[in-house]
Ligand binder design. Sequence first.
Ligand SMILES: Cc1cc2nc3c(=O)[nH]c(=O)nc-3n(C[C@H](O)[C@H](O)[C@H](O)COP(=O)(O)OP(=O)(O)OC[C@H]3O[C@@H](n4cnc5c(N)ncnc54)[C@H](O)[C@@H]3O)c2cc1C
Length: 459
Amino acid sequence: MSGDREPIQVIGGGLAGTEAAWQIAQAGWPVVLHEMRPQRQSPAHHSAELAELVCSNSFGALSSDRAAGLLHTELRQLRSLIIATADTHAVPAGGALAVDRAVFSQQLTQTLASHPLVELRRTEVTQIPTTGITVLATGPLTSPALAEDLQRLTGLEYFSFFDAASPIVMGDSIDREVAFLASRYDKGEAAYLNCPFDREQYLAFWQALCRAEQAPVKDFELDTAKFFEGCLPIEELARRGEDTMRYGPLKPVGLFDARHGDFRAPENRAKRPYAVAQLRQEDKTGQLWNLVGFQTNLRWGEQKRVFRTIPGLEQAEFVRMGVMHRNTFINSPQLLQPTLQFRDRPTLLAAGQLTGTEGYTAAAAGGWLAGTNAARLALGLESLALPASTMMGALFAFITSASPKHFQPMPPNFGILPPLATRIRNKRERYGAYRDRALADLQAWQTQLESSAAIALSV
Ligand SMILES: Cc1cc2nc3c(=O)[nH]c(=O)nc-3n(C[C@H](O)[C@H](O)[C@H](O)COP(=O)(O)OP(=O)(O)OC[C@H]3O[C@@H](n4cnc5c(N)ncnc54)[C@H](O)[C@@H]3O)c2cc1C
């Protein structure tokens, strides 16, 4: 099959690995795609097919002025196999791109298996190959043996088995008339946005939280969830007593609104808040803010309903909901370059949920870039990073430059894109402008890439 060309190894035949293997083969290089199913099943997969959708059959909003839709559009422009197959097997789903899941995965399995440059090997890989070019794409439920080897390679502290994340909201949807910027006891620069409660507001919030509906925990996650006793969901803190949150993440001490004068003055004492919810900046430009200590297992609709009763968050736009679930991911800000190559070993690449992107379409996007770059390395070409103004480029720039200390997986969203040159107040128009800029920049990038390839061929 491969002559004297050493095949690239892609480990994991999920959304990311399938796209990566296809891009490598389409670039004319042989590839071995390792998938452990059906020989060994993950706790969430049920079939032997490649790119199985483990839960919902939806790839998110279709419209290109929505974050998921923009990512689909970019991937269509880049000839992604996953998105082309999703388009072919789409089912009616209102404004979303949803697919007939069985036919979608069967079609992808057949397409890969019949490609002359793809060898599909049904084996569990337990050790990362030490030579050659490899793409790791084993997903949120990476098998334990490989996870152990990856931990050894990356270092224990750069590896997570569990995602206990707080919701993230768009900065411009926080009411700054209510929320104030301050750090506790005015230490260092004012780094937190603080949402102050009076007693009545706090009690209403506490009661709403105690009554809110939980998302079901999967059987295979129960043990891991117990293991994380030290990182309790906010609703569990609420259930432990009326004041438990006020002695935990909502403690009001040392936080004062400078607009009310010197907080040490006795006449200002009465203005001190009864409780405070804090938001910490998540990105360099301050477009994304993370609700500190609000990891939660509530249903997504319930999170929006209850957290919007926090003073200042009435109009909050959520870009990521809080979660507590099993999710294997590496500390990409420490380990990866925006090309998805490991910093210390550029012939090793990673893609998909393992890198801390979130969702099916983001996994396909990671597979596209890691596969493209693996093939380019084999062909002796420079590896690529996408323009930061595209949703793909912004996502990979974010996961490789976020704060390593607080790193949590990120779905595609407009908050990670660089701000526009001019401020557009209307949200729909603003997102349309992000879309127009992203697609124009992607087109220019592709044209330049194709013309430099043509010049290389002609010399
Ligand atoms: C329970 C659950 C529900 C989810 N629901 C959704 C949802 O509704 N919508 C959504 O967008 N996202 C959902 N996700 C996130 C979802 O996993 C990702 O969006 C997507 O599947 C990630 O693609 P991936 O290619 O990174 O991983 P996967 O699609 O999981 O692919 C990884 C593949 O690697 C294989 N593998 C693992 N270890 C080895 C090994 N050692 N050797 C060989 N093969 C191996 C696995 O069998 C699997 O086929 C869910 C995740 C979980 C765990």
